[in-house]
Design a protein around this ligand. Structure first.
Ligand code: PEP
Length: 291
């Protein structure tokens, strides 16, 4: 059954029952905020909070929670979660991986070295693009490496247009996404392969990251609709990221009977506090409850 959309140019709130059964993904991006020992302590607190939330839920399978620690913390956080909190089902994501494979590349993180540690890799975060000059060509090459390693990429896209019409934002992000996919194709990874690998798009407007000024749900849904139409992929998993906090978390998802088309959140600052992050997870779980 095709997804029903409300009659706005951008899609908007959706009341198809299939939508309410879609899985929601919440990813914590800890960036380089904490040394590995603190990351392990935070992972414990979050696993305890998420674990008890899921135990009390009738729909825990509807939620996918991932923690993206720094590269130094990846192995310790992954083994802690597997060893001590398997029932919480939390997975680990890498914040980045390299354009290179294995070899004489000092300091690099080849995607195939993440196999068995992090099933998901964030690619093209705006901080990498801005601080490390990552072009669309580099982002596309990294996507290809991640897929070749058998991992799932989360491709970050986002406009740098604090004031703009929604249509301009949609066009910007469509072009950015297309450029990354074209570059991935040049690096040997077709768009069909990216879809088969379960590529997730995270819309993170640059002006919303770390500013306390999130985008509106309307903007995020317009981008989701624009990308799904351009890629002819109605089921493209779409996350929003940028100044998400516990107080506003529920708004991103709508209600069980009237879900938005947003499939999850990428959370920066608020994920550094276990209570705030667990509250976001709770808000996400509430919307997947059968109505
Ligand atoms: C991010 O940078 O991925 C992010 C979402 O950050 P914040 O939540 O702090 O805006």
């Amino acid at each position: 059954m095709p997804r029903r959309r409300a009659a706005t140019p951008w899609g908007n709130l959706c009341d198809d029952s299939r939508m309410s059964s879609r899985q929601i993904t919440i990813i914590a991006n800890w960036k380089a905020n904490l040394p590995p020992s603190n990351e392990v302590a935070l992972a414990k607190e979050i696993a305890e909070g998420v674990g008890s939330t899921l135990r009390a839920a009738d729909n825990p399978e509807r939620l996918r929670v991932l923690l993206a620690p720094s590269t130094l913390g990846l192995v310790s956080v992954a083994s802690l979660l597997r060893r001590e909190y398997p029932q919480a089902g939390i997975e680990v994501a890498a914040q980045d991986s390299s354009l290179t494979g294995s070899g004489a590349f000092t300091g690099e993180i080849p995607a195939d070295h993440l196999v068995g540690i992090a099933p998901v890799v964030i690619v093209g975060h705006s901080e990498r693009r801005r601080n490390h000059g990552e072009s669309d060509a580099i982002v596309g090459g990294k996507l290809a490496r991640v897929v070749a390693a058998g991992l799932t990429p989360v491709l970050c896209v986002g406009d740098d247009l604090p004031v703009a019409e929604i249509g301009a934002r949609v066009a910007y992000v469509q072009a950015q996404c297309a450029a990354a996919l074209t570059a991935a194709e040049r690096a040997g990874c077709s768009t069909a392969q990216l879809f088969a690998a379960g590529i997730v798009i995270a819309y993170e407007p640059v002006w919303a990251i770390g500013t306390g000024n999130p985008a509106s749900v309307e903007i995020a849904e317009a981008i989701a609709h624009g990308l799904r139409s351009a890629l002819q992929r109605d089921e493209l998993p779409f996350l929003y990221g940028g100044s998400v906090d516990a107080a506003s978390a529920a708004a991103w998802f709508g209600a069980p009977t009237r879900r938005t088309s947003i499939d999850g959140l990428l959370v920066g600052s608020a994920s550094l506090h276990a209570d705030r992050f667990v509250a976001i997870v709770r808000a996400a779980l509430a919307v997947t409850r059968p109505a």
